[in-house]
Ligand binder design. Structure first.
Ligand code: GRG
Length: 295
């Protein structure tokens, strides 16, 4: 039987192959742009969002071929957001995925352009995915645009986060920011898998709720890792939340209570799956993996 580790390794191999095919080679002009894109995309990210696309899609019987490009597209949107989030105008960070951030390795203008074009490549990848029907492609494009954009997607969440700098946030306000900034793309990854696997409407609702919990779980563990792990283990600067006086779960609840909250949300996520007449062991395993992640 395929273990979760085998599944994750398989997702990584498939997504990396799709990304390599979709992103122009570093020898193609303008080479600096393509080098920069590849620098960030192939830096060793965990590929969590593609794993969610594959896990949900396979739960509903979609083939891995049908899921590959959409999984790669989500990873491109995610990587663009990291490149832009690290820019001097935003988080001003030097380290990402264990290596220099794009603007440090190249320059600020190139980093902006690398992020911009990763986003357009992502939408092109779905629009031209001939293994999917035109109807599915349209649904996926609209889903991803909402999740990445505004008013309730990732960019809107980033703006809310910037607006809240220096303010004391309630936990409800903090959750709204996270639901958009981190949660929207995670939820869209799950819903995309369900669309490709032709899930029923009621199943889509259950998957969406499951994924929203997964997004929250991901953020709590991200906040915990920021205070409990070092820079080397994370591959990005640790302790940034406290340094920037950001509202976080450990900051609000303390480390121990935040761990308990993570366990509780993982259980709640699992409970959402009970409504699905499917084998959901892969999805439960993925939630456990996110709850226990160390980077
Ligand atoms: C700048 C448009 C724009 C959006 C920024 C994603 C994001 C929104 C900001 C990143 C800031 C951050 C650390 C958010 C917490 C959750 C998160 C997205 C962590 C990074 O994702 P991982 O851990 O990264 O999946 P890897 O490198 O493994 O892919």
């Amino acid at each position: 039987m395929l273990t979760l580790a085998d599944f994750v390794a398989d997702v990584r191999a498939r997504v990396d192959a799709a990304l390599d095919e979709l992103i122009p080679g570093a020898d193609i002009s303008p080479t600096r742009l393509h080098e920069a894109i590849r620098w960030s995309v192939f830096a060793g990210g965990k590929r969590v969002r593609p794993a969610i696309v594959f896990a949900v899609g396979e739960t509903f019987g979609a083939s891995r071929t049908d899921l590959g490009r959409t999984a790669a597209a989500v990873e491109m949107i995610h990587t663009y957001s990291l490149i832009h989030d690290d820019l001097p105008a935003m988080d001003d960070d030097d380290l990402r995925r264990g290596r220099a951030t794009s603007h440090r390795q190249f320059d600020e203008a190139t980093a902006i352009l690398a992020g911009d074009v990763l986003q357009t490549l992502a939408f092109k990848a779905i629009a031209t995915d001939e293994v999917l029907s035109p109807e599915k492609r349209l649904k996926l494009i609209s889903l991803m645009a909402d999740a990445a954009g505004t008013p309730s997607g990732m960019v809107a969440g980033q703006q809310l986060d910037l607006d809240a700098e220096g303010e004391t946030l309630s936990i409800a306000a903090l959750e709204k920011i996270h639901r958009q900034k981190t949660g929207a793309l995670i939820t869209a990854s799950a819903v995309a898998g369900a669309i490709i696997g032709e899930a029923e409407e009621a199943e889509l609702v259950a998957i969406r709720t499951f994924a929203e919990k997964l997004g929250l779980l991901f953020q709590i563990t991200d906040d915990l890792l920021d205070v409990t792990q070092g820079t080397a283990a994370l591959g990005k600067t640790a302790g940034k939340d406290a340094a920037a006086a950001k509202a976080t779960y450990p900051g609000h609840y303390g480390v121990e209570k935040s761990h308990e909250l993570a366990t509780q949300i993982c259980t709640e996520a699992g409970a959402e799956l009970a409504a699905l007449p499917r084998d959901t062991s892969l999805l439960r395993g993925l939630a456990e993996m996110i709850a226990q992640r160390k980077s």
